[in-house]
Design a protein around this ligand. Sequence first.
Ligand SMILES: [Mn+2]
Length: 430
Amino acid sequence: MHVSFQHRRQRLLAQLGDAIAILPTAPEVIRNGDAHYPYRGDSHFLYLTGFSEPEAVLVLDGKAGKALLFCRDKNPDSEIWDGFRYGPAAAEAFGFDEAYSIVELDQRLPPLLAEHAALYWAVGRDTGWDARIAGYLQQARQQARVGKDAPQQYGDLLALIDEMRLLKDEREIAVLQQAGRISAEAHVRAMQACRPGMMEYQIEAELLHHFVRNGARQPAYESIVAGGANACTLHYAANNARLNDGDLLLIDAGCEFNGYAGDITRTFPVNGRFSGAQRDVYEVVLAAQLAAIAAVQPGARLDAPADAALRVLVQGMLDLKLLAGSVDGVIESGDYRRFYMHGIGHFIGLDVHDVGARRPGGPWRSFESGMCTTIEPGLYIRPDDRVPAVFHNIGIRIEDNVLVTDDGHQVYTDDVPKRIDDIEALMKQH
Ligand SMILES: [Mn+2]
């Protein structure tokens, strides 16, 4: 299993040439008192190591072509309380060339830096490591007086890793698909459980239940379970209102499975039947989503899905009399932002909003096989005298996760229905 992590480190080492790179994982974070938030390692670190313990640092020695891990020591007393630690035996288990105790980092790093002319790290991320690395550099320069060089060139390590993470490898695709499958099943469970009178958090519980049961201990982000008007709050997270007969329910939720995120949104009627007005708005959003997904093709520009969705959404806004004018005029003026005020989607991977420059150096880049993106148009109609009252408080978003393949794309979150007939049929069974 560690072969793919080794392979990624080798690919990065090849780019580093004679440089050295330092990559710490994320710190543990106190929630309150002496209780911690559930620990989650740094995504870049996890991508290159698969090593999920805190207090660990990866060092890539470009000159020697070696990957070194600094990690917590074995500690029988601590392990009684907090569980197993690999200790430096992690070297063999995870395929590092060498592994050392984290307490040796301060002493081993300066002489190692003194061997290299260039240094890469996560420059300027405000993690405390800028200052720490400045200290190591100072010591390395002092050692340079006795006949060694210290790094004189510095680079942003994350920019290199971001480019790698942008194109998912086979192992990542398999894990993403599993995260997508579990997330989709959880949405099905939520649709089946939903009844008028329930609380939003009771539906959230259905989602979390399915995630955890399937080995995804955490959601990839705070679940949005938004009934009725709450759906018009884009990042609604209170999840504590009652679900009313006749309202829609918007759920934006996905699990994190083996470090990888799922991110699905569905909107469906609390009572299982769309009203006429809900149906009209829903069909516009669904048509926009399908048009955007169709535009996800290798070689197509990254902004093609946004353009495709926007034209459909704006035509729908005109047809529903939310706005007046022409499609081009409304796009030009930006008036559509009253009802559609976010982007079409984002890359997805280890981070739910995953890394990767969309316009490196200016022009849009194109889709390539192995990229993974969400497609999530929406319409949010707050009460407004200028808008037919029948549409007030309708908020609809439909989101799927899409993998770019060699000859097109694959929507791998479609185990949960999104066509009106299919949603109503599923909810009718329950
Ligand atoms: Mn999303």
